[in-house]
Design a protein around this ligand. Structure first.
Ligand SMILES: *Cc1c(COP(=O)(O)O)cnc(C)c1O
Length: 375
């Protein structure tokens, strides 16, 4: 099938959001075909995606496996939380934003014993406290942490968390939703058991499914213990494994095809290491330009991820986010509201099919819209 991608419409604006995000025309064009879910062609595509993801996530791919799961990223997180902790298990959740809290909320709804260690929205998760608790509470079996807390853009010390958790023999779950594919991470070197991400973040696909990369040995202990039918991680894995790329229940075929194209584009870009460099350049250019205009970041540079940045509202009575948002949209950019209680912030993401030239265009456009300064 040949599609002239120049015939596809341009997006009226660039999404500077943490997903769904701006995708390439080729990714969008990849969806213009129907696929049969039990046909070999489609199942081979699924198997190829699964094995490419394992290779990207681990320097020991033979020890890991991928499960694809329908739904948004949260469904994949809930699939792990609900499927890997036995009835007599106990989960410790490290939180410093909305996505960590969401994991704690899942545990509560699912009736899983859990402890939450919250460090507040502007501090990294507390590894000292983690160690103190693990020392005294031997009933804890699992530790969960968010890699990049998208609420603020904070980069959490996942390597330290895993090192401590592993010293006490715990199973480690990492929500790497907004970072996987954009920041290098080696599950084998860090000894992570479960890593979760989704199609529409740093891999630059479209929304519709998430994926879990699991250590085979850990996943093997999870048969028959899920608290949900449709989100049963082990069962989904077993069906994909035995059926050679079959999903339980209808799979998001168009999204999966777009994801395959997105993975190919990630490989063409030079892999995760190159994409990480692009995102860092985007983010640093953004912050330098914003600071020149008098806008300050919420987090200090050493805690900041190259994915999304929180900016404090300018100190002016005439600033309104809604007005700023609509002016920026007219300039061709969609920015993102803030999500924290500690300060008034807005966010700008720089992942997706977004490049240095886009950041420069954004800054030039913004320069014309500093309405709070002219009064
Ligand atoms: C985006 C995201 C999720 C999942 O969000 P969905 O809206 O369900 O796709 C989970 N955790 C983090 C850190 C995220 O950035």
């Amino acid at each position: 099938m040949k599609i002239n991608i120049n015939q596809l419409p341009d997006n009226p604006y660039l999404l500077l959001t943490p997903g769904p995000l701006s995708t390439s025309k080729k990714v969008k064009a990849a969806m213009l075909r129907d696929w049969c879910t039990w046909d070999q062609d489609y199942n081979q595509l699924v198997q190829s995606i699964r094995s490419r993801l394992v290779t990207m996530a681990s320097s020991k791919p033979e020890d890991y496996t991928t499960v694809l799961m329908q739904g948004s990223g949260t469904f994949s997180v809930e699939s792990v939380i609900g499927s890997v902790i036995p009835r007599n298990g106990k989960l410790l959740v490290l939180t410093n934003g909305a996505y960590g809290k969401r994991i704690a909320e899942m545990a509560e709804i699912l009736g899983i014993y859990s402890i939450v260690l919250d460090s507040g929205e502007t501090k990294p998760v507390n590894t000292k406290q983690l160690e103190e608790v693990l020392k005294v509470d031997s009933s804890i079996t699992h530790v969960a942490v968010v890699h990049v807390e998208t609420t603020t853009g904070m980069m959490n010390p996942v390597a330290d968390v895993t090192r401590i958790a592993k010293a006490y023999g715990k199973t480690v779950i990492v929500d790497a939703m907004s970072s996987f594919g954009g920041i290098p991470i080696d599950m084998a070197a860090l000894d992570i058991d479960y890593l979760i991400s989704s199609a529409n973040k740093c891999i630059q696909g479209v929304p519709g499914f998430g994926f879990i990369i699991a250590r085979k040995e850990a996943l093997a202990t999870c048969k028959g213990i899920a608290r949900s039918l449709s989100l049963d991680l082990y069962d989904q894995w077993e069906t994909m494994e035995l059926g050679n790329g079959k999903w339980r229940y209808t799979s998001p075929t168009h999204t999966v095809r777009a994801f395959d194209q997105a993975l190919q584009e990630l490989e063409e870009e030079g892999g995760i290491a190159s994409r990480y460099e692009r995102f860092k350049t985007n983010q640093q250019t953004l912050v330098a330009g914003m600071e020149r205009m008098g806008l300050k970041t919420l987090l200090p540079v050493e805690l900041q991820s190259p994915i999304i940045t929180s900016f404090l509202y300018p100190d002016s009575p005439v600033f309104s986010f809604d007005e700023f948002y609509s002016r920026m949209k007219q300039e061709g950019f969609v920015i993102y509201p803030g999500k924290i209680t500690a300060a008034s912030t807005f966010r700008i993401g720089n992942i997706g099919d977004v490049h240095l030239a886009d950041m420069e265009r954004l800054l030039a456009g913004m320069e014309k819209q500093l309405f709070w300064k002219t009064n």
